[in-house]
Every structure is written in C-alpha cells, then in structure tokens.
Design a protein around this ligand. Sequence first.
Ligand code: FMN
Length: 202
Amino acid sequence: MTKQFHDNALSGETLDQLFNEARSYNGWLDKDVSDDRIRAIYDLLKMAPTSANMQPARIVWVKSPEAKAKLAELVMEANQPKVLGAPVTAIVGYDIDFHEELPWLFPHTDAKSWFEGDEAGREQGAFRNSSLQGAYLMLAARALGLDCGPMSGFDNAAVDKAFFADAPRHRSNFICSIGYGDPASIFERSPRPDFDKFNRIA
Ligand SMILES: Cc1cc2nc3c(=O)[nH]c(=O)nc-3n(C[C@H](O)[C@H](O)[C@H](O)COP(=O)(O)O)c2cc1C
C-alpha cells in the first residue's frame, strides 16, 4: 500500500489498482472487451503527453478470431496462447511520418519543419513517444478495470507486413493483450528495487 499524501493524490485503493496490485497476465477469463471500452482506452491515453503532441502511436486492436490467428502465427510460441486466449491484443505501432499531422496536432508553430529531412530523428521520436503511449495504454486499461499482458516476443517485420501493409511507414513497437486476467496464470511477483538501489536525488 502506497503512503497516503493529503493533497490531490489518488486513494491508496486506486493506486493499488493501477500499480501495487496490478499484474502482467498470461491467461485470460472468457469475458469480452467491448469496442466501446477499447475506444475509452484510446480516449484516455491520447490525453497524456507526447513530444510536440506528436501522437505517433498507430494502434491495431486485434479482436476477431481471424486477426488473432494471424497475429498468433507471428509471435513466439510461448506467447501464442497469450494472444489467442485474450479478448483483444493491441499492436502498438508508430508512424515514422507522424510529422505530416503536426500542422493540426501542434498548431502553435511550424513543428512539421523541425522533422522534415530527419528520418533518424523521426524514428527516435516516434519510438520514444509510442513507447510512452503504450505505457499510457496499460494504465488507462487498468484505470478502466481491465488487465494487461505486454509482449515484445514477436517478429516485428512480419507483424508490420501483416497488419500495416496499407501503411508502409508504420512500424510495430510492442503488443499488449487486454482483458480480465486469470489469477491462475501469473507467477509470484518478481522483486522490485528499493528507491536507493537505482535512484539518487541530486
Ligand atoms: C515491453 C514488454 C515486453 C514484454 N514481453 C513479454 C513477452 O514477450 N512475453 C511474456 O510472457 N511477457 C512479456 N513481458 C511481461 C514482463 O515479463 C512483465 O511485465 C514483468 O515481469 C512484470 O510482471 P508483473 O507486472 O506481473 O509484476 C513484457 C513486458 C513488457 C513491458
């Protein structure tokens, strides 16, 4: 249980739901996640910050049996049941040409010009900020009462070909199954470091 601070902090119960008690699930209860709930996850995650509001995440929500079967073929064997058994698996990708959208996403200034001709910089920015958006996705899903199972054990190039064929400038980052986690499917919690182990206040 997180120490309580008496300002605008969320309740200990809420922090437990988002962090302390939340786990990465490997197996899923047979319970649907509605399209409305999926849209609600996006409507929360898009509000969290990205550099110059670039919003580089491009997400495919794999929900139909056909799409799940297609994705499961492209993940590590150990991850296959984690995709096939989940109500939905989000492919969190990013658009290398996100800057084309900046005129309306960041209208205060000509941010598009900062990225023109700098593909390496765009790749770095898109990967960094889509990773953030993937983290926001997990916290949004948890906030909405769902569980997550993130995975990077898959063939990115094959997933890009299968799911971003009509958008050759989109690349997959990681995937995340979402649903109602089966408590029987998780291991004991792995250790977490104390503050002093990896932090210092300078
Ligand atoms: C980016 C990322 C990639 C991961 N890849 C895999 C994976 O391919 N297969 C898997 O079973 N778990 C994967 N995990 C799950 C982690 O092992 C898990 O989140 C971590 O051990 C913490 O577990 P806990 O949340 O239950 O404490 C991944 C997690 C993240 C964040």
